[in-house]
Design a protein around this ligand. Structure first.
Ligand code: ADP
Ligand code: MG
Length: 431
């Protein structure tokens, strides 16, 4: 992808926007862009520099994202609404063309990474609550004040504040800004990547050797500090590449599969409430470590049909009016509102699932299900808004620690390493 119309190759020390920003290291990448940690020499802070691919359709998408992010920044002068802040934007010309660049506030790991570091165990409910509050504040701002639908809410698109702010404490964070470009091959990026990869491989080998030695000596290796114990959890919503104004929707198929609302599958039109559905899926995943819905296609049925079946197994039968209300309804449902190709469903309610599989206590399960279920209403207009959801008592329960049984259960789940939902999918239907 590092060719004409594609990504811009960057190496540490490269200058952008007349020398104001200096690239430090790569933070991540997406389909459309690479994102670099950069040092802002005019504010002496670290920022995230998102460099879009250069072809016309990517430039068009970046302009749209800049428009949305500018509206977000303009409406939130105190930067307190839990949405990533756009600091600056400019064009950068390189060998592959002209790239639109966005300068964003520098944030930390995504919630997806956090779930992985936690090895797919659920997070403490108190932390889930804090994260939920942040996301809801962000959604309420987007929906009610700006009229923007995010359309791609998921753990990957929610970033933590970095726990150590390198802009304030570069020494402790191990970062000192690179201002000058290091000596070496001037058309760098690609070469640099190869060198980086080699260095990384070497480092991995060294680490493996050390742990082997430690193990042979009976010494335990230090564990990475990623479990968030004792961290005040704050986060922000990012990635507005797919966001839209509610009155100017353009895409019919929105959202990442597992977080997709039923009305989107059925092509029955959508609004702000699609974000509320994705929010509920995200909250469940944080609390349990498992995706709420992980549909797969199978013999004689599609991924969409499996998805709808999983939804009904958890939430009950889709109301007939909703089932038959979309452009795709006729393909999927018969006139009674039953799925055409998946006939036998095994119902397993959310509170039972939380108790049986995730070992929530009865009250924890009841309260959490009471929070999530209204958000998972098949009828979009019945879902609570972010504003209403912020009033829910579950967000203000404070339990000192999660129940001991849950902790044990999570360890057990780790050992078994198997998703019940998958088992459920296999047992139940479609035979
Ligand atoms: P794309 O639109 O190409 O998918 P994203 O906006 O999702 O790009 O960014 C790609 C990746 O870059 C993210 O998954 C994340 O790892 C990293 N990233 C994006 N924005 C920031 C930020 N503000 N701070 C730190 N990392 C970021
Ligand atoms: Mg992305």
């Amino acid at each position: 992808s590092y060719r004409k119309g594609g990504y811009h190759a960057v190496r540490a020390g490269d200058h952008f926007n007349g020398g104001r920003y200096v690239a430090q290291r790569k933070l991540g990448w997406g389909q459309f862009s690479t994102v670099w940690l950069a040092y802002d020499t005019s504010s002496s802070r670290y920022v995230a520099l998102k460099i879009q691919k250069s072809a016309a359709q990517f430039a068009q998408a970046a302009l749209h994202e800049i428009e949305i992010l500018s509206a977000i920044a303009k409406g939130d002068p105190s930067n307190s609404k839990c949405i990533v802040r756009l600091i600056d934007h400019f064009k950068h010309t390189g060998p592959n063309g002209q790239h639109l660049c966005m300068v964003l506030e520098f944030l930390g790991d995504s919630l997806l990474r956090l779930i992985r570091y936690n090895r797919y165990k659920g997070m403490e409910l108190n932390k889930v609550r804090e994260i939920c509050k942040c996301i809801l504040l962000g959604l309420d701002y987007l929906h009610r004040e700006l009229g923007i639908i995010h359309t791609d809410l998921k753990p990957e698109n929610i970033l933590l504040f970095s726990t150590i702010d390198p802009s304030k404490d570069p020494v402790r964070s191990g970062l000192t800004p690179i201002i000058e470009r290091p000596e070496g091959n001037p058309n760098g990026g690609v070469t640099m990547n190869i060198i980086e990869k080699k260095l990384k491989r070497r480092a991995r080998r060294a680490v493996a050797k050390i742990s082997e030695r430690r193990a042979s000596m009976g010494v335990e290796a230090p564990k990475p500090e990623r479990n968030m114990d004792g961290i005040d959890v704050r986060c922000k919503v990012v990635d507005f590449g797919n966001a839209c104004w509610a009155d100017k929707r353009f895409a019919e198929e929105i959202q990442t599969r597992q977080y997709r609302a039923p009305e989107v599958i059925l092509q029955a039109g959508y609004s702000f409430s699609v974000d509320m559905w994705s929010f509920a899926c995200t909250a469940f995943e944080l609390a349990t470590g498992d995706m709420l819905f992980a549909p797969k296609f199978g013999q004689g049925f599609s991924e969409d049909e499996d998805h709808l079946a999983l939804m009904m197994e958890l939430l009950g039968k889709i109301p007939r009016k909703v089932a038959i209300g979309g452009a795709r309804s006729k393909d999927l449902f018969d006139r009674y509102g039953d799925l055409k190709r998946i006939r036998r469903l095994k119902y397993w309610s959310l509170d039972k699932l939380l108790i049986d599989k995730y070992k929530f206590s009865d009250s924890e399960a009841r309260e959490f299900a009471d929070f999530l279920c209204p958000l998972l209403d098949f009828a979009p207009e019945k879902r609570p808004t972010a504003q209403q959801c912020l009033q829910h008592p579950w967000l203000n329960i404070s339990c000192s620690t999660q129940s001991a049984t849950r902790k044990e259960a999570n360890t057990e789940k780790l050992n078994v390493g198997m998703s019940n939902l998958q088992v459920k999918g296999g047992q139940v239907k479609k035979g």
